[in-house]
Design a protein around this ligand. Sequence first.
Ligand SMILES: N[C@@H](Cc1c[nH]cn1)C(=O)NCC(=O)O
Length: 485
Amino acid sequence: SNNCTDEQQPSPSPPGVAEHISSTCCRDCLGMSEQNYNLLYAVYAWTNAVVVFFSGFLVDKLGNRAGVIAFSLLCLVGSSTFAAGAHLRGTDYLLPVMLLGRLLFGAGNGSLTVVQNRLVAFWFNKKELALAFGCVLAFSRCGSVLNFFLTENIRDAIGLEWTLWFGVGLCLLGFVAAGVVSGLDVYGVRAMGLTEELQQESRRVKLQDLGQFSLQFWLLVLSIMFYYNGVFPFVADASQFINQKYSLDDKVSAYITGAVYDVSMLLSPFLGGLIDIIGKRGYLALLCALLTIPVFGLLAFTTVYPLVSTLWLGVTYSFAAASMWPSLPLVVPRATLGTALGFSTSVQMIGIGVSNVVVGRILGQTDSTRSVMLDRWKLVMLYLLGNVIAAVVVTLLLNAVDLKRGRKLNQSRKEKLSLERMDQLVEDGIAHASIESGSADASSAAGYGVDFAPRSEADERSPLLSSGGSSSGGGITGGRKHAIN
Ligand SMILES: N[C@@H](Cc1c[nH]cn1)C(=O)NCC(=O)O
């Protein structure tokens, strides 16, 4: 998605990044002005931020299959348009065609991450949720790392235009993979006899369901936003910062920056697996935010070799990502998960976009003397630190609320299983009593209402169905005694 190969950036680059990186990154700008080149980034990123909000809801309505196919097709069409546009070098059509390509690609790619997470949450909802999220994250980071190491060499070997077509080939591969996933999803849902039930759930989803989400959801969204406000804008700018503050050359600075993602690529699946066993997602999110404070402290106030900070950030960021994202499916009903993920991603991207603009403003448009630049960079680090401190405050609140509302986020696997077993025993007892008393409706016979409604087969498979106390999604059974709402 990116013909800038000198820096390792979050993939895809968040909104606003380009406001102040192009001068270090664009060698072959296709004859474009720097401003237009930056526009290609901004259009992509802001489209991404706006579209994911609606695409999450759309996926809840239309289902994973339609989503995964439509969004990967958008990526393919967007990247093809972008690559085709590059052949219009020297004409008036270059910019509009490439902008259109970025717009389509931005719309598709952000949405694809939402449907990807929704799929993962559906199929790995019992024991392996965080592990599955961790694997997805590792692959995403693998993309960033490969881009970092390979793209420039490919460009040198075959030229920019064909490198872009190579990217189109990768999108085609993604489209084929989407077809396979879609087939597997249809087959699996049918095999479990859930087709009709899922369709019914989808029909009842409304955009207004967002208003019914629990306090944990909103606190998680804020935690994600503040934490990522600290991480992504840092990664986008760190090469330049390290280069200027520590007087290391461009390549070394880029490698040191890349360590954040290298660590994350290696650690994420293991951390996911660990979190599935120990739970404690809320505590871990708080701990990660706390442990990230020294990273920016070191960078702002000391001259300790920056690799220490980027490796450290790699570890804390990996823990944060592996604990925050897989917490979302635990606090919203299954039927509205797409809406929840889309909204969270949109808020995250907007937060990052605004942060990038703030960082750009602090750094200014023109370079100044070294000491002025170092002062500006210190201010940038303090701004990032402020966001991480905000994440600490919000995750503290999150844990306090979670403690009051059933410890949904902090249960270990063992605790969760034993609670489920207890629920099952109670339900079996109620069902037994109702059969003896001749009542057809076990829950009403026992006078427990929806709290103890008999669990359907799907409910058994999906803890999400019983996690949302608000039954606004429809078809969602009420929470159990330890449920979060
Ligand atoms: N929201 C994703 C990244 C993204 C970019 N565009 C749409 N989504 C995310 O943050 N994933 C986790 C991570 O740590 O990268």
